[in-house]
Write a protein that binds this ligand. Structure first.
Ligand SMILES: Cc1cc2nc3c(=O)[nH]c(=O)nc-3n(C[C@H](O)[C@H](O)[C@H](O)COP(=O)(O)O)c2cc1C
Length: 265
């Protein structure tokens, strides 16, 4: 059965997860959600099975993914699944949000939703795990992904539910979604910048220009934190607290992979 997986990633966890599911299922096309930006048209996947893979942001979907889901036409899909990667909690409410969006679209909506714990990357609040701690989380994620592939192959129907998660979503997500594009106003760059352009080239929102060799943010930020984590000289900060915090990107995803997320379709 042919599968198409749409993915969004900031620091590679969701892309690593999407790639593993694709390898497990076989005959799967990976399509970056970021490559579908800039048009208003409906999106009609050319496959029987459709997957959506993305991180959890404030117990909900990245705004770009919520907008993308609102354009998906699943009338030809026979099975639709979603997989969200997250540092701790909020996966159930994120899947519920996606399910609610898809239920208003043509087609059968979401058949199954899965969560996978991966290293947290919200550097505005904390440093990502490093060393053995990071490796343990990634090893457990690999095992979980194997189970998820088997579940998708069987066509399982499942959806985690947490009433408490729903409450947290309603408290946190609307404020996040309303202000997210402007959050880059807190981002700064130091003299450690080498003008390499990595931040510009990996940004899934095409939110960064280099002006006189320095990044300038254009206020359509998704807050993926990729620019902060991937800067090779750690020249990018958001406020005063990020300077001492550990940077992260998924070790199985390269800068070239992240740049590929923006390729034109
Ligand atoms: C803006 C932002 C908000 C986040 N909110 C949550 C959250 O509510 N719950 C959680 O468990 N992890 C949260 N995280 C952590 C990410 O969901 C997690 O690290 C994810 O695997 C990152 O995926 P990526 O590498 O594909 O970007 C957040 C990260 C960011 C950048």
């Amino acid at each position: 059965m042919k599968t198409v997986i749409y993915y969004f990633t900031g620091t590679g966890n969701s892309l690593a997860g999407a790639k593993k599911v694709a390898a497990g299922l076989g005959d799967t096309e990976l399509v970056p959600v970021a490559s579908l930006q800039g048009t208003e048209e409906d999106i009609l996947p050319g496959a029987d099975r459709v997957g959506i893979v993305c991180p959890v942001y404030f117990s909900g979907l990245p705004v770009m993914v919520a907008e993308f889901a609102g354009r998906l036409d699943l009338s030809r899909s026979t099975y639709t699944f979603a997989l969200v990667t997250l540092g701790g909690s909020g996966g159930g409410s994120t899947l519920r949000q996606l399910s609610d969006i898809l239920s208003k679209r043509p087609g059968r909506g979401l058949d199954a939703g899965f969560t996978v714990r991966m290293p947290g990357n919200y550097i505005l609040l904390y440093g990502s795990p490093t060393g053995n701690k990071r490796d343990r989380v990634l090893a457990a994620a690999d095992k979980r992904l194997e189970m998820i592939v088997a579940s998708i192959e069987r066509g399982d129907k499942e959806m985690p539910f947490s009433a408490f998660g729903g409450l947290i979503h309603h408290l946190m997500y609307p404020r996040f979604a309303a202000g997210v594009h402007e959050r880059d106003r807190a981002f700064t760059v130091s003299d450690a910048c080498t003008s390499c352009g990595t931040c510009r080239d990996i940004c899934p929102a095409r939110n960064i220009d280099l002006v006189n060799g320095r990044p300038v943010w254009k206020h359509r930020c998704e807050l993926c934190c990729g620019c902060i984590h991937l800067c090779p000289t750690q020249a990018i900060q958001a406020g005063k607290k990020t300077a001492g915090r550990a940077r992260f990107h998924n070790p199985e995803v390269s800068v070239a992979d992240l740049k590929g997320q923006r390729s034109e379709r």
